[in-house]
Design a binder for this molecule. Structure first.
Ligand SMILES: Cc1cc2nc3c(=O)[nH]c(=O)nc-3n(C[C@H](O)[C@H](O)[C@H](O)COP(=O)(O)OP(=O)(O)OC[C@H]3O[C@@H](n4cnc5c(N)ncnc54)[C@H](O)[C@@H]3O)c2cc1C
Length: 507
């Protein structure tokens, strides 16, 4: 259906675009709207009391990015710090500065959790139910819903089951809920896990603790690189910030892309390159069992060890890595299947996140629940037959923000096209019963993804119906491919023919 002149005058919703979440994705969309769709109103609803999402929630020692900030930063705002691998507080400062300098903060409703959102075809409005901190409910209507709600459960992390957990006399901590003033000086610490979080916590705690043991069942691939990007800092000395940032971002995007593709095409070469670096850093402390994963590099997200800090701590005897399986927790620590016992005062369960879809919001269209697992991604931003809704799910093989920037720009273009056509509704239309050639873009064996596969939307081999994982290609394609591509249908409130409930009823 093309755009037609509406005979129905749709009432105005409370707000044109309701953005869920004041993290990187939500703040990024707000900034894009200010630049590209300034005549459309937006409100950000955020369940927490602060800006930052991930970077405000996680407070464990040493919390930092494991991507460079030239690509984890926004396309429109240079990263000006000397360190390219940044700590949590610097990322928070960056986000807060953007919110203030771009007059975004006054648009944020904090302490407002979105519980449900129902798209009403008759009015072309989302009817959204919010919950405040005391459980009081309110309602807001919006033309569009933009989900910057992240990808994991803010209430519940993934907790692996450990027999005897309650017998342990010390403290058990999960990185998602770190106590504010934990004194761990002189303590024996065991960190369970070997992913990005464990690899950050271990060297950070190693300074003050008596000893930190990283206990892993399976080793992870580690890449080392300096936390400061010498080229970026050189360029910043001689060039305007914007220009230096652009060049460094381009360099990092290309390098990351090349490295990922090489890992997928020549995994043995990349594995041997990574292993050589670790051997060189650890010398006689190198333990093959601890650093030889059973999978290929980039089958799971590659973990960064900035400035080789983990290996420094191991070399200094302040940290060690044990590869074993847990038999049970007991009063004084962890009994391993090999028969060895690890004494502990504190056990950190860096066992991962629990993925969720759409910020746990009950999404429906005309009262019919939307199950995202039945939907196809449309251009990595929208979903088949779901009107006026977009979400951000960042790259698995590159920085999250690269995708957040693409989606924000794209949705602003869609909003502008709708305005030009006088349309209230935009929906990626997929005929019922049409079979698409499915493609597994989640081709990663990371635990958090395999545990959540059944919740995630589908992707097809057709570029339009997938969450593609190649930024270099995506950024060009999204600009070149027309908004009006014959798939995205524009229409009006009360035409009641665009979203899936009506499609299903009509077919
Ligand atoms: C410890 C850690 C380190 C990471 N490091 C990197 C990295 O180096 N590089 C990288 O690319 N990615 C990294 N990631 C992934 C990271 O989450 C993203 O980079 C990015 O911060 C996600 O931003 P976001 O705004 O989409 O989501 P989030 O940061 O998760 O923010 C979502 C916001 O939405 C709010 N929200 C959620 N549901 C609702 C609701 N129903 N109602 C109202 N508000 C809601 C939340 O409170 C939160 O503020 C990391 C993740 C973690 C956990």
């Amino acid at each position: 259906m093309g755009a037609q002149q509406s005979t129905f005058a749709a009432s105005k919703p409370d707000v044109d675009v309701l953005i869920v979440g004041a993290g990187i994705s939500g703040i990024g969309m707000a900034a894009h709207m200010k630049m590209l769709s300034p005549d459309r109103s937006f409100t950000i609803v955020e369940r927490r009391a602060q800006i930052g999402g991930t970077w405000d929630l996680f407070r464990y020692p040493g919390v930092r990015s494991d991507s460079d900030m030239h690509t984890l930063g926004f396309v429109f705002e240079p990263w000006k710090h000397e360190k390219s691998i940044a700590d949590g507080p610097s990322i928070l400062e960056y986000l807060n500065r953007i919110a203030d300098e771009r007059d975004i903060r006054r648009h944020i409703r904090f302490d407002s959790k979105v519980l449900s959102a129902d798209f009403d075809n008759a009015s072309a409005h989302w009817v959204v139910t919010l919950e405040g901190p005391d459980g009081q409910r309110s309602r807001v209507t919006a033309g569009w819903l933009y989900l910057g709600s992240g990808y994991y459960d803010y209430d519940k992390p993934y907790e692996a089951e450990f027999t005897g957990r309650e017998e342990f006399k010390g403290q058990i901590l999960h990185p998602q809920f770190w106590p504010e003033d934990l004194d761990y000086s002189g303590k024996q610490i065991v960190v369970i896990g070997s992913g990005a979080t464990a690899v950050t916590i271990v060297p950070s705690m190693a300074g003050r603790a008596a000893h930190v043991t990283m206990l892993q069942r399976t080793p992870t691939w580690y890449a080392t690189r300096p936390a400061k990007d010498a080229i970026a800092n050189f360029l910043r000395k001689w060039l305007p910030e914007e220009t230096a940032y652009k060049i460094t971002r381009f360099k990092n995007v290309k390098l990351q892309n090349l490295f990922f593709k090489r890992a997928r095409t020549k995994p043995d070469k990349v594995a041997s390159f990574l292993t050589k670096r670790i051997k060189a850093l650890l010398g006689d402390k190198y333990d093959e069992k601890a650093f030889t994963p059973p999978y290929k590099p980039w089958d799971q997200r590659l973990c960064l060890v900035p400035d080789g800090d983990l290996f420094e701590a191991i070399k200094a005897g302040k940290a060690s890595v044990v590869t074993d399986q847990i038999e049970r927790f007991d009063a004084t620590g962890i009994q391993l299947k090999s028969g060895r016992h690890l004494d502990a005062d504190i056990i950190v369960t860096a066992t991962g996140l629990k993925m969720v879809m759409a910020g746990k919001i009950a999404i429906s269209v005309d009262g019919v629940p939307v199950d995202f697992a039945d939907r196809y991604y449309y251009k990595g931003a929208m979903f088949s037959n779901v009107p006026n809704l977009a979400a951000v799910f960042g790259y698995l093989n590159a920085s999250w923000t690269l995708r957040a920037d693409i989606n924000a720009r794209y949705i602003c273009d869609v909003l502008n096209t709708m305005k030009a056509r006088g349309a209230d509704v935009a929906v990626p239309r997929l005929e019922k019963g049409r079979e698409l050639d499915e493609d597994n873009i989640y081709d990663f064996s990371s635990g958090y993804i395999t545990r959540a596969r059944h919740l995630l939307p589908k992707s097809a081999s057709d570029m339009r119906w997938r969450l593609n994982q190649d930024y270099v290609r995506d950024v060009a394609w999204m600009r070149e491919d027309p908004i009006d591509d014959g798939v995205l249908q524009f229409g009006h409130a009360s035409q009641a023919a665009l979203s899936d409930t009506h499609i299903e009823a009509a077919e």
